[in-house]
Design a protein around this ligand. Structure first.
Ligand code: EPZ
Length: 439
């Protein structure tokens, strides 16, 4: 069992220089399972070096795929030998996005048995819309003992599908299940995130017939054969936004490279309202601050709105701004667990349901904190970079699920950050001190 590690950050350093953004986590976790549908080997490039990719590849190999790493960020995957269609809990619990194996295995074999995704700190995240879509395509779905058993007695047939709410996961899963179905599938009220367009582009590069990805109506005409392809994953919109906010929080000057500025429009809009200066280039944005940071009101929405995956990060920035900011979470059920940790660093935030009110204090103080999910961890990193003093962040496995070499990228920008083992003696001492202080 690997000794748990923590990040140790000495705050106050101004970030300066260039950071290169990696491939998009939320695209690659759907593209890797999609290779199951290919009738020839595929090469996937610009794959981020994150633990969600490691888990996806481990599941592909367990199912019988041959996966060869041909460069630090490229894999050749041959799924023709896949002869299993079950993804048990011990694999699925490691990564919520394992539900994409349902759509891919269903699209390939006409049946699958996949564990329900594990619990999640973001609140209730059912998959009822995924199952609704599969049923519309002709599948029978049964849930027993935490496993979803899906069969298609008469095969998969194209259908008209209307989602009750905008859902990234169900939109992606439906594309995976429908791409080889018999006939035309029309998805109404589809999610429009960049990673949905990327999945559709990947499948179309193999000969699929998908139109309208990126709009709220996606049409998929089933095809019998998907040939091989060599496909680069798009840059990660949320990783880019995270480094943009980190630059602003330290009042730095950073060129964020290998981005698609169009994917960053809503993030740029909010950051400019806060007083951050942003220069846009073809595949980069320069972020710098030459004046005060001021309050802003933010509501997260499905794309092209402000992304929910940037909500914790922008909250950390607004703790450093002057004035009162209001954050409304419009997508996830419960995405303010990180606030308790920011309060330990001196943040003044009140939460009521899906609304947070932030009284900008202008500064934060380093403290020992814990990441409760991927983006909460990113927010604590940003707060630690800007805080006075030392911040330690535990449970950094959350961060490493979705950020490739965050420590290395931040150090290259001038941050004072390192990893250290979590020593339980230290924990005991913290608890003793806390008890003493509590008396
Ligand atoms: C994807 O999650 C992302 N994960 C999340 O990113 C992101 O926060 C989310 O989309 C919204 O953009 C991946 O892509 C792997 P949803 P997903 O289906 O697919 C409800 C990160 O930080 N819902 O759009 O689970 C659901 O409860 C992660 O990178 C249903 O009610 O999101 C949620 O409140 C965290 N029934 C809302 O819709 C369903 O069948 C949005 O869910 C499906 C979803």
């Amino acid at each position: 069992m690997k000794t748990p590690e923590k990040f140790v950050i000495k705050g106050g350093r101004v970030l300066r220089g260039t950071v290169d953004i990696s491939g998009a986590k939320n695209a690659v976790v759907a593209i890797l399972p999609a290779v199951i549908l290919a009738d020839e080997p595929c090469i996937i490039e610009n794959v981020p070096d994150i633990s969600d990719v490691e888990i996806s590849i481990a599941i592909l190999r367990q199912l019988g795929a041959v996966v060869r790493k041909i460069s630090p960020n490229s894999y050749e995957i041959d799924g023709r030998g896949i002869n299993l269609w079950t993804v048990p809990y011990q694999w699925a619990r490691k990564m919520r996005a394992s539900y994409y194996f349902m759509g891919a295995l269903l699209g390939r074999f006409g049946h699958c048995r996949v564990s329900l995704p594990g619990g999640c700190p973001l609140g209730d995240r059912p998959i009822d819309q995924h199952l609704k879509a599969f049923k519309r395509l002709g599948a029978d779905c049964k849930v027993d003992c935490g496993m979803v058993d899906i069969t298609t007695p008469n095969g998969l047939r194209g259908a008209q599908i209307f989602f009750d709410l905008v859902t990234v996961g169900a939109t992606m899963n439906t594309i995976l299940a429908a791409v080889k179905a018999d006939g035309l599938t029309v998805i109404e009220n589809a999610a429009k995130e960049p990673h949905i367009v990327d999945l559709a582009s990947f499948l179309n590069s193999m000969g699929a017939d998908i139109m309208g990805a990126g709009t709220d109506t996606i049409k998929i005409r089933g095809v019998p054969y998907l040939h091989g392809t060599c496909y680069p994953v798009i840059p990660d919109q949320i990783e880019a936004g995270t480094y943009m906010v980190a630059a602003a929080a330290t009042k730095g000057d950073v060129l964020v490279r290998n981005v698609i500025p169009k994917h960053l429009e809503s993030i740029i809009d909010i950051m400019e309202k806060i007083g951050v200066k942003i220069e846009q280039y073809d595949d980069a944005v320069r972020v710098f601050v030459d004046g005060p940071l001021v309050k802003a009101n933010v509501k997260t929405r499905p794309h092209p709105g402000f992304p929910t995956d940037m909500q914790p990060q922008i909250s950390a920035l607004l703790c450093l701004a002057e004035g009162t900011s209001i954050i409304k979470e419009g997508v996830s059920d419960a995405r303010f667990q990180y606030v308790e940790e920011l309060r330990r660093m001196g943040a003044d935030i009140q939460v009521d349901g899906k609304v947070a009110v932030i009284e900008g204090t202008g500064s934060l103080t380093g403290a020992p904190v814990k990441a409760c999910d991927l983006r909460a961890g990113a927010a604590l990193m940003i707060a630690g970079l800007a805080a006075n003093g030392i911040t330690t962040i535990e449970d950094i496995f959350h961060i490493e699920r979705g950020y490739a070499d965050m420590q290395g990228k931040l150090r290259a920008l001038g941050a004072e950050i390192c990893k250290a083992p979590v020593s339980h003696e230290e924990d005991a001492k913290h608890e003793q001190d806390a008890k003493k202080n509590a008396v």
